[in-house]
Ligand binder design. Sequence first.
Ligand code: XMP
Ligand code: MG
Length: 179
Amino acid sequence: MDVIERVLISKEELDRQVEELGSRISKDYEGKELVIIGVLKGGFIFLADLARKITIPVDLDFISVSSYGDSSKSSGVVKIIKDVDTNISGKHVLIVEDIIDTGLTLNHLVELLKTRGPLSVKICAALDKPSRRKAEVHVEYKGIEIPDEFVIGYGLDYAGKYRNLPEVCILKKDVYSKK
Ligand code: XMP
Ligand code: MG
C-alpha cells in the first residue's frame, strides 16, 4: 500500500511477543477469575492473537473509547462509546490495548474500572511509544517499544483504514502532514 513508509515490526516478531505475553498471563492468573477487556477498535487483532495463547479459562469483553478522531494527533478527550457487559466486581481485570502513546486513554480507563470493585486492574499493550507519555501508567504486560512514529496495521488505523495490515508499519509523513 502506497501510504507505507516501511515495515517496523514483522509478523514473526509480533507472534513471538504475543506468545511470550500469553504464557506470562496464563501463569500469573492461574486459579484466578480473570476478565480480559479488549479496547476497541485498535486492540481487536492483538487480543484475538493473545487470547489464543492464554491457556486458562477467562472472560472476554470489549470496551470502546475514543481519544483520536481522524487525525494522527491526540485530542486528549476520552469518551466511552461502548461499555463492557461484564460485572467485574470481585474479579481480576486485564485491559488489552494496541498501543500506549500519551497514556491518557489507559489512565482514564484504569481509574474508571477501579470504581467498579475489581480485585485488580492491569494493562497489556502490544506496542509502547514511551517518548510521548503524558500520564503515568504502569503497563504490567508490555509488548514492543517503538519510536515516535505514527504506525498503522495490526489493528492500528489511519483515518479508520489499514487495521488489516498484518505487520506494524510506519505511515508516510506526507500522508498526514498534508491534511
Ligand atoms: P494515548 O495517547 O491515550 O492513546 O495513550 C492511545 C490510543 O491512541 C491511538 N494511537 C495510535 N493509533 N497509530 C495509530 O493508529 C499510532 O501511532 C498511534 N498512537 C496512538 C491508539 O488508538 C491508542 O489506543
Ligand atoms: Mg486504540
